[in-house]
Design a protein around this ligand. Structure first.
Ligand SMILES: [Cu+2]
Length: 483
């Protein structure tokens, strides 16, 4: 039983346009906070994921695992107020994907001690899209995310609002936060586990829901510690990518499989308009058959890099088709929002950053330099358009994420950039032994003292904590100033 989540699900769906699912494994929809002032309090909480004991968790604003969805509009001046109600540990709150001043970014430097409140304010510069917030305290990121700290941020703007897209939250516009957890024998979360054994969709194990017959929008975030997903439907149907990390693409992109590394977001449309009420379909992750380096493709089912979900196909969300939504969307639009992505020719500065190690089992770092909060690794000049090439070693794949900017991927060493990656991005998968080049412009915000971060979004890699050795190894993270 997960009684607290069930209550929240009832509240979120109380508009009457969707049948309320009282089963405790019905998909939980995070409540929404709207406006221009956002109060967030991170506290210890609990949720009974498994039979029996409640599992200690972290949550914002009383949520028991994963937090409320923040909803704001492009151009708004917003005031954030983040209170740390944890008893022992500092935290931070990072606004993932946001273009804002480094001092408001919520990276490892903006620590919030227990009992304190951090109150940054900024203007929402990002395009309409799906972003998120999460702790980013160096060496504690993995533990705090594993305990459930995080939430979505949805940005709205006039360009998106003018399009015929589903946008009734929790009805035909569904947030899907994907992660998994391993539980200890006493049902506590194993915060050292890089792969979970239990799939959690919005914190719900075994999640299912009813979606209206019509076009449905899914806003998907890979909020894992390390696992990548390779999403698709059991029946092999086509679905359409409409937004990448940084918002809408030019036109819907048809796919049957959608790989997602940690930190990536995609918004997709699924066409249920021709389906009968009562039809069922299953969103799954097809994680079998990948070569070494695909996170979660490892064949072992237990141990440090093993999991019951590894190298197999598993359910993410079971769906039953319900009655059409009032005024629902019934067709996939032909076009969306024109994007003018940077090309390689736009870059006036090029830099290469190498993901390095000394072979399997040794720590990862950038350019042989483990993360050091006192070292600025890169300096960018305000207004420059730069090409960054991230090269990888021969040990494992990584999810490269950069703060402050949205970029366009211009090349991959292993072939063409996939159609669904041709949009604004802030996180990109770099396969084992390959390189990726992207172009970004570093506008608006400069500081000679406050750096932004770039890092692998696999929290175990960025923290540089090796659980099997119990030692700290620096971390796959660097920092840059925009001056
Ligand atoms: Cu990594």
């Amino acid at each position: 039983m997960i009684p607290t989540l069930t209550l929240l699900a009832l509240a979120a769906c109380s508009d009457g346009s969707k049948s309320v699912d009282t089963d405790p494994t019905g998909l939980w929809i995070p409540p929404v906070i709207e406006g221009d002032t956002f109060d967030l309090t991170l506290s210890e909480s609990s949720q009974a994921f498994l039979d029996g004991d409640a599992t200690p968790t972290y949550g914002y604003n009383g949520a028991t695992f994963w937090g409320p969805t923040l909803r704001m509009s492009r151009g708004d001046a917003v005031q954030m107020q983040v209170t740390n109600d944890l008893r022992m540990d500092d935290t931070t709150a990072h606004w993932h994907g946001f273009h804002l001043p480094a001092a408001a970014d919520g990276g490892p430097h903006q620590r919030i001690s227990p009992g304190e409140t951090w109150s940054p304010s900024f203007t929402v510069m990002n395009r309409a899209g799906t972003y998120w917030y999460h702790p980013h305290l160096h060496m504690m990121t993995m533990e705090q995310i594993a305990m459930g700290a995080g939430g979505l941020i949805l940005v709205d703007d006039d360009e998106e609002a003018a399009l015929p897209l589903p946008r009734t939250y929790g009805v035909d516009d569904i947030p899907l936060v994907l992660t998994s957890r391993r539980f200890n024998d006493d049902h506590t979360i194993d915060t050292d586990a890089v792969y979970g054994d239990v799939m959690l969709t919005n914190g719900t194990p075994g999640a299912y829901t009813t979606l209206p017959a019509g076009v449905v929008r899914l806003r998907i975030l890979n909020a894992e510690i390390e696992r990548s997903y390779n999403l698709g439907f059991e029946d092999g149907r086509t679905f359409w990518v409409i937004a990448t990390d940084g918002g809408l693409v030019d036109a819907p992109i048809p796919v049957t499989r959608l790989p997602m590394a940690v930190g990536e977001r995609y918004e997709v449309l699924v066409d249920l308009s021709g389906q009968a009420v009562g039809d069922t379909l299953v969103l799954q992750s097809f994680n079998g058959g990948f070569p070494l380096g695909f996170p979660g493709g490892e064949p072992n089912t237990s141990g440090e890099f093993g999991s019951l979900l590894n190298n197999t196909t598993f359910d993410v969300l079971r769906v039953t088709v319900g009655a059409p939504a009032d005024g629902g969307v019934t067709s996939i639009p032909d076009t969306l929002a024109p994007t003018q992505l940077w090309s390689a020719a736009d870059a006036t500065v090029e830099r290469t950053i190498a993901i390095t190690d000394d072979g399997p089992g040794t720590p990862f770092s950038f350019d042989g330099q483990p993360y050091d909060e006192d070292v600025v690794n890169q300096v960018v000049h305000l207004g420059d358009t730069e090409s960054w090439t991230i090269t990888n070693n021969r040990t494992f794949g990584h999810a490269f994420h950069i703060h402050d900017v949205q970029f366009s991927i211009v090349s991959r060493s292993d072939g063409a950039v996939a159609d669904h990656e041709r949009g604004w991005k802030d996180t990109v998968f770099v396969p084992l032994g390959e390189s990726v080049s992207f172009v970004a412009r570093f506008d608006d915000y400069a500081s000679t003292t406050d750096p932004y971060m770039y890092h692998c979004h696999m929290a175990n890699h960025e923290d540089g904590v090796a659980p099997s050795h119990g030692e700290h190894t620096g971390g796959l993270m660097g920092q840059f100033l925009v001056e």
